[in-house]
Design a protein around this ligand. Structure first.
Ligand SMILES: [Ca+2]
Ligand SMILES: [Ca+2]
Length: 231
């Protein structure tokens, strides 16, 4: 039979365990708005997603999305399926910050969906410097930006993201920021003297100053996940 002291110790241990579990649970249950992060080369197009998770239930959400308009041009805003109805104004692509406005004021039930609320398609300017271009979301609950069906304000944590502009990658011969079979095909066509335009610096996969079959072999090995390095 347990002694009384041992019983107390066990009870304390169980209580501690429960509190640790509930702390972890509450940390992972925080309502969150998250901006995705991507890396790509100057001059390319990128998609940035804005997602909500652990949505406790809302009927209205007003967000401002800010970005570096010198280096990023907003081309398109596409609604996700999480919030019913429009969350963007298609006439205002040049306005920065861009306002995402969603309200369902006659809703009798909260919307508790989580997922992608909207996707921003940006073009990175050709002269964008290497480095990170932050994309940030803000909301103003002093002015009731996010609330539920009882008109109670709902706070979300915000995790900002952005676009990291990288220099050209060895092997990314078509400059779409990925090194994949399209690049291998393009290099093979170039070597077969097809009339294709390639980036000679990224096509020189082994960095020996020439673009030849050695580069095609190295690229094929890389794509086959051999332990080789490009550049
Ligand atoms: Ca590529
Ligand atoms: Ca080479």
């Amino acid at each position: 039979m347990f002694s009384f002291k041992r019983l107390i110790a066990l009870a304390l241990f169980v209580m501690m365990l429960i509190s640790v579990i509930s702390i972890n649970a509450s940390a992972s249950n925080t309502p969150t708005i998250k901006v995705s992060e991507v890396s790509s080369v100057a001059g390319s197009s990128v998609d940035i997603k804005i997602e909500i998770s652990n949505n406790p239930g809302i009927i209205s959400m007003l967000l401002d999305v800010s970005y570096d308009a010198d280096c990023l041009t907003l081309k398109k805003v596409t609604n996700g399926t999480v919030l019913n109805g429009a969350t963007h104004n298609i006439n205002a692509l040049t306005v920065n910050p861009y306002t995402l406005s969603w309200a369902d004021d006659i809703a009798t039930e909260n919307n508790t969906n989580s997922g992608t609320i909207v996707t921003f398609s940006f073009e990175i300017s050709a002269d964008a410097p290497e480095g990170k271009l932050p994309i940030t979301v803000t909301y103003d609950n002093d002015n009731a930006a996010i609330y539920d069906k009882d008109m109670e304000l709902v706070d979300f944590a915000v995790v900002n993201g952005g676009v990291t502009v990288i220099s050209s990658k060895p092997g990314d011969i078509n400059g779409d920021s990925y090194v994949d079979s399209k690049d291998a095909v393009l290099l093979a066509q170039h070597l077969a003297k097809w009339n294709v335009s390639i980036d000679m610096s990224t096509a020189d996969c082994n960095n020996d100053g020439n673009v030849d079959s050695k580069d095609a072999v190295l690229l094929a090995q890389y794509l086959a996940k051999w332990n080789v390095t490009l550049g």
